[in-house]
Design a protein around this ligand. Structure first.
Ligand SMILES: NC(=O)c1ccc[n+]([C@@H]2O[C@H](COP(=O)([O-])OP(=O)(O)OC[C@H]3O[C@@H](n4cnc5c(N)ncnc54)[C@H](O)[C@@H]3O)[C@@H](O)[C@H]2O)c1
Length: 368
């Protein structure tokens, strides 16, 4: 894509006919329309967003799309995880249908992971699939949920139960949008970023430590590198295993324990990234306890999590309940829990089932 006045980094996700580019830059939202033009989609676009994000960035995005010749239809859903639902989907299908969106018309997600997952679900299912564009505005969405094609809505029986693998035609991430993000949401995104360093790239992990002040201040060069490297790592994993038959499971590092912390606290004590941070420490401590990871590296993981203001321990939870909860995770297959444990910083392995005595020791130690 040419014509940009600002430096834009591009990460290619190579998935055969489902390949696409991720564009990362600062103050690039006003150029959105030009980029969408290059995709060859229909003239009408449905922008799915929520009132908060619409108030902050809706006008700039819509103006840019209109200037590029698109007719914009807004599909607004209230803010919050509970609106990632089939009810919201039905409301959006109605808007799409009433405004005459046809199979060439794109659905564009402007928001965080909730909006991205919901809009992607609409795009995957409306008229058996229409083009999908991701414009992620949270750190978590820019480095994780907008990349890789998992789209879903929640069901009363569980999170992300109804969904699909459906790749976007483009991901367009303006890091300037991170300036309005709440600190807690920023930290939650950092948990997934630290995860990428641990599972894939020691040098990146070290960079996160060395440049933490610049990263927290959203200094352009450092935060751009963080988003770009994270997208590259996720792209590399997804390219090798688009539909999670094997390798992609390593992206769940910290999540097996993390889901237990989230669900046992009713999803209202920790945001997802915080639960993952505690879970990454649990996994690291487990690996140390099994003699498969050094104590120094375990401490380095814990220090990094603290450096970014994330929690590294839990309180008011019973180890027995945590272990039991992990057996109810939707990733459990044939009654076996799959743990992702670090071998060294930069490399993890999948371990099937771990003796409960080991888990009890670790969880008792990690409890505040
Ligand atoms: N599809 C995937 O692969 C994948 C991966 C990880 C997480 N997820 C999903 O992502 C969701 C979580 O995403 P999230 O953490 O982005 O949460 P979110 O979408 O709820 O956004 C967090 C909050 O930030 C607000 N917000 C968004 N952009 C903002 C901005 N620029 N400035 C100020 N506020 C802004 C939102 O309105 C919301 O209140 C969950 O539903 C999770 O299941 C999906």
């Amino acid at each position: 894509m040419t014509g940009s006045r600002r430096p834009v980094r591009t990460v290619r996700v190579n998935l055969g006919t489902n390949s696409y580019d991720i564009y990362i830059g600062e103050y690039i939202l006003p150029e959105l329309g030009n980029y969408v033009q290059g995709l060859g989609v229909g003239r009408k676009i449905m922008v799915v967003t929520n009132p908060l994000v619409r108030g902050l960035y809706g006008q700039v995005a819509v103006d840019s799309l209109q200037q590029a010749g698109f007719e914009v239809v807004i599909g607004e859903v209230p803010d919050g995880e509970r609106y990632k639902s089939l009810d919201s989907a039905r409301m959006l299908y109605d808007i799409a249908f009433e405004n005459g969106l046809d199979r060439k018309c794109a659905v564009l997600a402007l928001g965080g992971g909730v909006i991205g997952d919901l809009a992607g679900f609409i795009a995957a299912t409306y008229m058996r699939g229409v083009p999908f564009i991701q414009v992620p505005t949270t750190l978590l969405a820019q480095v994780d949920s907008s990349v890789g094609g998992k789209v879903a809505v929640n069901h009363p029986k569980g999170k992300n139960i109804i969904g699909a693998f459906y790749q976007p035609k483009m991901v367009f991430a303006d890091i300037n949008t991170l300036r309005t993000l709440a600190d807690r949401e920023f930290r939650a995104g950092m948990a997934e970023i630290i995860k990428y360093g641990i599972i894939w790239d020691r040098e990146f992990f070290d960079f996160l430590g060395e440049e933490h002040l610049a990263i927290k201040k959203l200094k352009s060069a450092e935060i751009s590198r963080v988003v770009e490297t994270s997208c590259m790592i996720k792209a590399q994993v997804v390219e090798q295993d688009e539909t999670e038959q094997g390798l992609r499971a390593i992206l769940n590092f910290g999540h097996t324990f993390g889901h237990a912390y989230e669900s046992l606290t009713g999803y209202n004590k920790y945001v997802h990234g915080e639960a993952v941070a505690i879970g990454m420490v649990s996994a690291a401590m487990t690996a140390v306890r099994l003699g498969a990871f050094t104590g120094e590296e375990g401490a380095a993981i814990r220090d990094m999590i603290r450096l970014y203001g994330l929690p590294d321990s839990f309180e008011h939870l019973e180890p027995a309940d945590i272990i039991e909860s992990m057996y109810h995770d939707k990733k459990v297959t044939a009654g076996k829990v799959r743990y992702i444990l670090p071998e060294t910083i930069g490399k993890v392995r999948i371990v099937i089932d771990i003796p409960h005595a080991v888990l009890f020791d670790v969880l008792n130690e990690q409890r505040k």
